[in-house]
Design a protein around this ligand. Structure first.
Ligand code: SAM
Length: 213
């Protein structure tokens, strides 16, 4: 599990790329510049790890494109010490970005193989999310709610009401909504019953799978 000067150099190029595409949050850029993305992927993709692209991981899933990770994280406006719920742990890359921002991260993964692999990998490379869970992210984690922020990293055909209900008043949830193509959507909880909703263009994610699919 090496992180060489060559990797670090490519990482700085990746930071420039996502910056050019419009990411401005310096803390998010610093996290992208620090995290050894090549270690989160199968070694056969190592040479491509610092391209701004999604790649396959275990269980027919993907590690998201760095720009997408940065875009969602920037929208989330994470502050140190906040409780953040992530749906779709996957490779753990987004989890690591949230840890770098000082969040207390709770993350759920539906594929057992990925859950186990990523849990052991994250601790090996020194990332300590507060809680990693194997289960259905549609339900959130009511036992740990409410959360300051919620990020969904798979395409949701519809917005899970349970997740909106687990957001603090003043909290933000970033979720790609749609089937074939998803619209990146930000919810801000204004009161117990009121949410602001803003939309930010099209993205493509693997689907958020529920009990019926
Ligand atoms: N955050 C991940 C990363 O950085 O690698 C993104 C992984 S991928 C784009 C989305 C992940 O969501 C997959 O690992 C998939 O298994 C998971 N997923 C899909 N439906 C889910 C559900 N209902 N609950 C929890 N995880 C789910």
């Amino acid at each position: 599990m090496k992180d060489t000067y060559r990797h670090q150099g490519k990482r700085q190029q990746l930071v420039k790329t996502v910056k050019k595409k419009g990411i401005t949050d310096e803390k998010v850029l610093a996290a992208i510049g620090k995290i050894p993305r090549h270690l989160f992927m199968d070694s056969s993709f190592e040479d491509h790890a610092y391209q701004d692209k999604a790649f396959p991981i275990a269980a027919d899933q993907t590690i998201s494109q760095p720009y997408t990770v940065a875009f969602q994280t920037e929208l989330l406006e994470v502050k140190k010490g906040e409780k953040v719920l992530e749906i779709g742990t996957g490779s753990g890359y987004q989890t690591a970005v949230l840890c770098e921002l000082g969040a207390k991260v709770y993350s759920i993964e539906r594929q057992r193989e990925l859950y186990k692999k990523t849990k052991s990998f994250l601790s090996k490379i020194g990332y300590r999310p507060k809680h990693l869970s194997f289960g259905d992210g549609y339900k959130g984690l009511p036992e740990y709610a409410p959360f300051d922020k919620i990020i969904v990293t798979a395409g949701a055909p519809e917005v899970p009401k349970e997740l909106l209900g687990q957001l603090k008043v003043g909290g933000r949830m970033v979720i790609p909504v749609g089937t074939e193509v998803q619209t990146m959507t930000l919810f801000i909880r204004k009161s117990a019953k009121e949410f602001d909703r803003k939309e930010y263009g099209a993205f493509r994610f693997v689907p958020l799978l529920g009990d019926k699919n």
